[in-house]
Ligand binder design. Structure first.
Ligand code: DX5
Ligand code: ZN
Length: 253
């Protein structure tokens, strides 16, 4: 059987710890700790108990953590409707806003709205949501986020089919850039762990969100240097799962 084409990352993967798994009672300290450990973004999960069956944090919390870090805040809106929250998050210091396109009546308009507020704009696609949502808005995307779990909760298992979807999304983005299009970050969210981040990056991801894998593995000092550097090492080592650890994701059929 021929092997799927391999993606060669041009630069190191960017890590976006999801504060959904942080200690909410010490959020300022937690975001400072992940920045000190080399995080590239703070991933900020917004859930509304409508689009997803969970309820989390909003613009006031975004504003509260903003002074604690320099790194960009990557807001992932799991809400419906979307548009009214965009200016509130932009004002609260968000740098990137990603939404689920099925939750917006007018996807193109929402992307323009996000950019008009000075933020990077992205769409988030659930495991069963097709890549076709990218088709007519490629020129307005700064990010495509592929959900590798169904949204709503941290700590779920990675859905293996995401690897196929990632390779196809990478192919579409590379083709877009090759014909003069703007760069588009390819982000993966859900179930990213030490034992699968290598194959996820190899499949084409350049931004990896990880919640429980990072906040569940604090250093003895309470920081996150150990787990963050282990993730970076594993991300650069595609053979890591088979040679060092049991595979958690079953092969795809
Ligand atoms: C799920 C959220 C994710 C989640 C990831 O709906 O969007 O960002 O926090 O958590 P882990 O890494 O634990 O799967
Ligand atoms: Zn998320």
């Amino acid at each position: 059987m021929s092997r799927p084409p391999q993606f060669t990352p041009s630069s190191a993967v960017r890590l976006a710890p999801s504060i959904l798994s942080a200690d909410f009672a010490r959020l300022g300290e937690e975001v400072r700790a992940i920045e000190a450990a080399g995080a590239d973004f703070v991933h900020f999960d917004v859930m509304d108990n409508h689009y997803v069956p969970n309820l989390t944090i909003g613009p006031l919390v975004c504003e509260a953590i903003r002074p604690h870090v320099q790194i960009p805040i990557d807001v992932h809106l799991m809400v419906e409707p979307v548009d009214a929250l965009v200016p509130l998050f932009a004002k609260a210091g968000a740098n990137c806003i990603t939404f689920h396109p099925e939750a917006s009546r007018h996807v193109d308009r929402t992307l323009q709205l996000i950019r008009s507020h000075g933020c990077k704009a992205g769409i988030a696609l659930n495991p069963a949501t097709p890549l076709a949502w990218m088709d007519h808005v490629m020129d307005k995307l700064d990010r495509v986020l592929l959900m590798s779990v169904n949204p709503g909760f941290g700590g779920q298992a990675f859905i293996a089919h995401t690897l196929h979807k990632l390779r196809e999304a990478r192919r579409r983005i590379d083709a877009h850039v090759a014909t003069g299009g703007q760069p588009i970050g390819l982000e993966v969210d859900g179930g990213v762990k030490l034992d699968n981040i290598g194959e996820i990056v190899q499949a084409g991801a350049d931004i990896c969100v990880a919640g429980s894998a990072i906040f569940g593995a604090a250093d003895a000092s309470g920081g996150y240097h150990g787990v963050m550097s282990a993730l970076r090492h594993a991300a650069a080592t595609p053979e890591f799962p088979s040679s060092h650890a049991p595979r958690r994701t079953p092969p795809c059929h």
